[in-house]
Design a protein around this ligand. Sequence first.
Ligand code: ADP
Length: 541
Amino acid sequence: MFGSMMDRPLLVSSLLEHAERQFGATEIVSRETGGALFRYTYRAAASRARRLAKALTRLGVAHGGRVATLAWNNHRHLEAYFAVSGSGAVLHTCNPRLHPEQLAYILNHAEDEVLMFDATFLPLVEAGAGHCPALRHFVLLGGPEDMPKESRVPGLICYEDLLAASDDDFAWPEFDERTASTLCYTSGTTGNPKGVLYSHRSTVLHSFALSVPDTLSLSAHDCVLPVVPMFHVNAWGIPYAAAMNGCKLVLPGPKLDGASLFQLMEDERVTCSAGVPTIWLSLAQYMEQHGLVPTTMKRTVVGGSAMPQAQIHTWTQRFGVEVRHAWGMTETSPLGTQGCLLPKHGAATIDEQCAQRAKQGRAVYGVEMRVVDADGNERPRDGKSAGELEVRGPWIAGAYFKGEAPALRNGWFPTGDIATIDADGYMQITDRVKDVIKSGGEWISSIDLENAAAGHPAVLMAAVIGARHPKWDERPVMFVVKKPGQDVDKAGIVAYLADKVAKWWLPDEVIFLDTLPLGATGKVQKVDLRREYANVLDCVA
Ligand code: ADP
């Protein structure tokens, strides 16, 4: 017997419609590509999104058609988020930092018909447009003043002209909630990028999960600033969840340096944020150098890679900002776990609490999680037994776009992460399968080593890879970027680590670099380090 409740579809357009009706006057602040701040409201954003939806329909974008964006976090990108998906087409957010060949590959693979882009990316589009035959329309996200005098892009359309020629007399269509809404490609560090195709249903359910108290805890009293780009797993779903909850939304545009972010947070009275650890590292450095402390920021979600415990300590103690460590991936929309404390941690010392927060956290409702051995058998939840992490749930990818590389194993998504889960459900990543260091048949966790090294007062960043070793197969090699004005040598690092990790984990080599190679989403690219340094221990007897 079925229940007798209404079967109303969960659609992305309903989020903006809700914001327009219930929080119409709430502000959205957006940093333009040129640097100026633009302000408007959910009411105005909704009206412009309807105009855009109507204009796209006139351009011939049909239900299921793909519209790509190459854009920063700004208000026009936000309008595209709702207009494209809301009209039944599929929004494909592209990472502009991808290699141009990879960019052309994903535009072709997605069969995008329209490309909407910020002026910053005009040269990239000019270079690549000819390689993407399916692209029929190019829209520059700006006003007439942003249009180039001359351009090699065929029939370049000005976004504001497109909207001016349209009107907002457009009703969001209703369709099956399982319809595709958004397409995001994995960064493709190994092989070609793979497309993850979210649905309206998965996006709305994910927004609920992001909003609850132990995740981002969003409400109409919040002002939320997603530093994580809108091209990186839909800014982790924040644009949708902000509309659901009527949060003031602050979009930082291209200015992500410490000074600009701090100023924006203070001026707009931001209460919560989200981004990868490297962003918080540079903001913390800026604030420390200038003796600043944020006055309105209460919490931030950090994910994408592990935030070391020492950094969590700095944010909590020095800046008074709660760090909520989260784990996820493109294939998980991305929210999988969150690292809030349990009541039993209330009596713990600050150090113990930070250690707990340095774990990747507990599964949010909607996500099931387990670790398995090489034969697919579930491993004990004892906080010690490591294995590959598998997840399943209504916002986890069941397959890749166009059916490439079957994603599931016995109905579970294999994440490629090695993890443990403890009796309280706290999951801790020790490594990615491809990063794990196998020394004499035993695993060494590169993340644990990096975490430990990051606590050294002279260390700004640390990364560890397995380098080939004639006797042990692989041994850890550590790369360190020193804090400005600080000094430390190999012996100092090894001595510091000696009482923090097992003796046989200590790195065989410590290499000091000016910077670490960062990938398109701000994560350390170990693949680049391996390419250059995999043989660095070859001469060891
Ligand atoms: P890519 O890093 O390949 O661009 P994703 O953005 O989907 O793709 O990254 C997902 C991966 O990032 C996860 O599989 C995991 O290895 C890593 N990751 C995400 N969050 C965390 C975290 N909080 N701690 C450690 N690793 C994380």
